[in-house]
Design a binder for this molecule. Structure first.
Ligand code: PLP
Length: 368
């Protein structure tokens, strides 16, 4: 079985640099935050082009700390996409606020910006679009709605670090950008990690406090926070990988494009499309097919692993049953959730592997 995402190949390539960075941390015995974390924050804020970057313990905590800094509380509403990983709405519910779901665009799988305005009420406190699979949501339109109603816009950029759109780089497109360094994300560490980006200095100051138990100085707690710090060894792993990131993004673009062109020729495959002005980092390379389960089973037999991101739209998760959504409330999300399937993809995919995937897809489709 070929790997779904080949982290081993990446590790073998960058091993010496990663080890050297980790050794610095081990020799200094500074494991929590510390100089490596600061170096990472400065490096990535420069790359994204924003004033502040806060390294945090995960993508989920990045979203949570952002919402806490905005003062989101019980009774507030936050508008988000109906089709994403659960963390996107979980953090809203965790603060006892209400996720207000909006259906997606059938081509980009991102929140449909034309359906946002009708969901705004007097309780709406923020808009949180997701840049799903590695392509930015339509921030031109979403930011203009944000401006019109004076609502902050938080980008859930957990899958899109490295992607660009006409406005600039993912994470620097709106009030706040949150990404994840989960190992399989475009920029992954060797454990959990994440980062928050913003140009808003007063929000940044609040978030620094929230990240460390609401402390401005040691043992003086000005607000309720969390333990949301990134540990120094993860920062070291990321710094070891960083010199190669731009090349990886370039490879992701190129390999994704090539894979797409080959799959396009096969009847019955809907390939991922990139909106004009966008670049795609293919955190997931996801296609749509009929009879997905049989298709996945055939691929599995041929040695090609697949995954489904995501089989159930967020409003239909059991935990939200009491919200009372009905079949047909989010038609595009429901349709996509029934047919989407992700293929193995990473920047080190060889031409042979790519051809193997394509021929297996063709074969599997002729079998279903
Ligand atoms: C991965 C992911 C998250 C959560 O990130 P973690 O680092 O795993 O906590 C949130 N939103 C989306 C869209 C994700 O893909």
């Amino acid at each position: 079985m070929m790997p779904f995402i080949d982290l081993q190949r990446q590790y073998q390539k960058y091993k010496d640099e990663i080890h050297a960075q980790m050794e610095t941390v081990l020799n200094a015995s500074a494991y929590i935050m510390g100089p490596k974390m600061k170096e990472l924050e400065e490096t990535l804020s420069g790359y994204v082009g924003v004033k502040h970057a806060l390294a945090v313990s995960s993508g989920t905590d990045a979203l949570l700390i952002s919402l806490m800094a905005l003062g989101i509380k019980a009774g507030d509403e936050v508008i988000t996409s109906a089709f994403s990983f659960f963390a996107s709405c979980e953090v809203i519910s965790f603060l006892n606020a209400k996720p207000v779901f909006v259906d997606i665009d059938p081509v980009t799988y991102n929140i449909n910006p034309d359906q946002i305005e009708s969901k705004i009420t007097k309780n709406t406190k923020a808009i949180m679009p997701v840049s799903l699979y590695g392509q930015c949501a339509d921030f031109e339109k979403i930011n203009s709605i944000g401006r019109k109603y004076d609502l902050p816009v938080i980008e859930d950029a957990c899958q899109s670090f490295g992607a660009t759109c006409a406005k600039g780089r993912s994470c620097g497109l709106s009030s706040l950008g949150c990404t994840s360094f989960f190992p399989s994300k475009p920029l992954g560490c060797y454990g959990d990690g994440g980062m928050i980006f913003t140009n808003d200095s007063s929000l940044a100051e609040k978030m620094y406090m929230i990240r460390a138990h609401g402390q401005k100085e040691r043992y003086r707690h000005d607000c309720i926070g969390v333990n949301g710090r990134l540990d120094a060894l993860q920062a070291a792993v990321l710094l070891g990988k960083w010199p190669h990131f731009e090349e990886e993004v370039r490879l992701r673009n190129q390999l994704g494009q090539e894979l797409k062109e080959e799959l396009k020729k096969i009847m019955g495959v809907i390939v991922p499309e990139t909106a004009s002005g966008n670049s795609h980092v293919y955190a997931q390379f996801s296609i749509q097919v009929e009879s997905r389960d049989a298709f996945a089973a055939s691929l599995q037999k041929m040695g090609v692993p697949t995954a489904v991101h995501y089989p159930v739209p967020l409003p239909f998760q059991p935990v939200y049953e009491s919200m009372g959504f009905k079949k047909g409330d989010f038609p595009v999300s429901e349709d996509v959730a029934g047919r989407i399937i992700s293929l193995p993809f990473h920047p080190f995919l060889t031409q042979e592997e790519r051809h193997f995937i394509v021929s297996c897809v063709q074969q599997a489709l002729s079998l279903v």
